[in-house]
Design a protein around this ligand. Structure first.
Ligand code: ADP
Ligand code: MG
Ligand code: MG
Length: 210
């Protein structure tokens, strides 16, 4: 993990959110208030602008991720902004600026990000939230790292696990966030936040191919 990969990750994520904005809007219209596509496109668009800002000095991986997190928290009004933003920030803060960010170290950073997400949102796996994609992605990355896989392989395992977790939200009943107000009627719809989480991890895997 280096600055160039981190920038590509952010760029790819911003592109995916803008490309899939309508899909996220449709998903959030079914079980929420229909703003998740706009929230993610605006949030990651702002993150891209901050990171591309030529007047800023070249940042380290941890600085980029902390800046991305702060921007998401300040720009996105919905539940997803503080949750995603704090997770990115926690990831950045877990990575030491001076140390080489190898695969096990990044795995530990992702675990810190998931901890923060769950501390703030109090969601557990099965509640039909972004945690249902985030948690399996973090576990898959960690398992790959512990078995000696390189960063690229671990990132692909995480993306695959996030997508499986995203699909697994369809039959769940929502127990957190706006979708929980629907009770049983939330069943049969894919969670928007789990979907955008899958885009974040796929964007990381794709960044390793650049
Ligand atoms: P809002 O619901 O405030 O309009 P968004 O539409 O941007 O915010 O985001 C909705 C997504 O946020 C949901 O699909 C879900 O994945 C996630 N979410 C909501 N509440 C929580 C929570 N307490 N913990 C984790 N994720 C949550
Ligand atoms: Mg919404
Ligand atoms: Mg909203």
């Amino acid at each position: 993990m280096d600055v160039s990969l981190t920038r590509d990750w952010v760029q790819n994520t911003a592109s995916a959110m803008s490309r899939n904005q309508e899909h996220l809007t449709t998903l959030d219209s079914a079980i929420g208030d229909g703003d998740h596509g706009a929230n993610m496109a605006r949030g990651f668009g702002a993150v891209r602008a901050v990171i591309d800002d030529a007047s800023r000095p070249a940042a380290s991986v941890d600085e980029i991720l902390v800046a991305a997190g702060k921007t998401l928290v300040s720009v996105v009004g919905g539940a997803s902004g503080p949750l995603f933003g704090s997770a990115f920030r926690a990831l950045g803060e877990a990575l030491d600026a001076d140390a080489e960010i190898d695969t096990p170290r990044f795995a530990a950073g992702l675990a810190a990000a998931l901890d923060k997400l769950q501390q703030l949102g109090a969601a557990v796996p099965g509640d039909k939230t972004m945690v249902d994609a985030y948690a399996p992605a973090v576990a898959a990355f960690r398992d790959a790292a512990h078995s000696g896989a390189d960063f690229r392989t671990a990132a692909h395992a995480a993306a695959d696990a996030a997508e499986a977790g995203m699909r697994a939200t369809v039959p769940m009943q929502a127990r957190k966030g706006r979708a929980s107000y629907l009770g049983l009627r939330s069943i049969g719809h894919q969670d928007p936040g789990a979907t955008s989480t899958a885009y974040v991890f796929r964007a990381l895997a794709e960044a390793t191919e650049a």
